[in-house]
Every structure is written in structure tokens, then in C-alpha cells.
Design a protein around this ligand. Structure first.
Ligand code: FES
Length: 159
């Protein structure tokens, strides 16, 4: 831990988390989960901290972080858009929804807009297949999406 990290309560908490897994087997994913809860995302310095404290090569930590799409390496936006890529939504044009969102927001899945308003994520079935294609923004579900509806919904959140 460097001096800056030493004074940062979030690193102190992460340090305690790592200590608590000291005797556990294969705890890297759990530690990274907790680290993401503490920091909100997993920037390179946090990955490096985990790597050093757990004695795991940085490339392995990075490999795990990038393999699982629930880990984020950039801060989340104010609103999280989850586009459903489940079967029903796929059949009804989920790819098109992703494409429209990319055109409207300038980001792809796993990215956050520069103004930190929106983060785009993908999920498998939101349980609203009858409304396919579907997306969820924060806790709100929007179905039967087309370009006009997507634009209209985004405007509500942007204002
Ligand atoms: S497949 Fe999209 S809500 Fe079920």
C-alpha cells in the first residue's frame, strides 16, 4: 500500500476484505466483487492493489476483470441501461436496439458516455418477453422499442 492508499478508507476496507479471504480457496472473484462494491468500478490501480496484496500476477487479475461482464473498469453513469439480449428480444430485434443506442449515445455495451449520464449493459431476459424488445433503465422497464420510443425515453433521462 502506498501513502495515498494508506489514508484512503476504501483501500483500508479492501485490505480487510482481502485479509478475510486469506485462508479461502480461489477468492479472487469474491474479492473483486467486494472491491467493485467499495469503489464502484475496478480501475487499474485497484486491480494492481488486489494483485499485490493477494500475490496474484496482474495479468491474471486483469484477465478475470475483463472476462466477466459484471466487472466494470470505468465508473458507472448516473443511469444504467440494460438491454435485453435474451432469445425473445433477440428475435424481435435486440441488435437493432443496441445499434440505435450506439447511434444516440455514442457508446457500446460496457461503455459509459463521456458526460457520465449513461452506462450501457446487456442482460439475458428481463422477464418481460411479451414486450420484446426490452430495455431497463435503472429500475424501469421499457418494451416494444423502436427508434422513436428509444429517443423519447432517453430524452426523459437526459433532462
Ligand atoms: S428475452 Fe428479453 S425480456 Fe425475456
Amino acid at each position: 500500500m502506498n501513502d495515498v492508499q494508506l489514508k484512503n478508507p476504501m483501500y483500508a476496507e479492501l485490505d480487510r476484505v482481502i485479509d478475510s479471504y486469506r485462508d479461502a480457496k480461489g477468492p479472487l472473484i469474491q474479492v473483486l466483487h467486494r472491491a467493485q462494491e467499495i469503489f464502484g468500478y475496478l480501475p487499474p490501480e485497484v486491480q494492481q492493489f488486489v494483485s499485490q496484496r493477494m500475490g496474484i500476477p496482474p495479468s491474471k487479475v486483469y484477465g478475470v476483470v475483463t472476462f466477466y461482464n459484471f466487472f466494470r473498469t470505468v465508473p458507472q453513469g448516473k443511469h444504467v441501461i440494460n438491454v435485453c439480449l435474451g432469445t425473445a428480444c433477440h428475435v424481435k430485434g435486440a441488435d437493432r436496439v443496441v445499434e440505435i443506442l450506439r447511434e444516440e449515445l455514442g457508446i457500446g455495451i460496457g461503455q459509459t458516455t463521456e458526460d457520465r449520464q449513461f452506462t450501457l449493459s446487456a442482460v439475458r431476459c428481463l422477464g418481460a418477453c411479451g414486450l420484446a424488445p426490452v430495455m431497463m433503465i435503472d429500475e424501469e422497464v421499457y418494451g416494444k422499442l423502436d427508434r422513436a420510443k428509444i429517443k423519447h425515453v432517453l430524452q426523459q433521462y437526459a433532462s
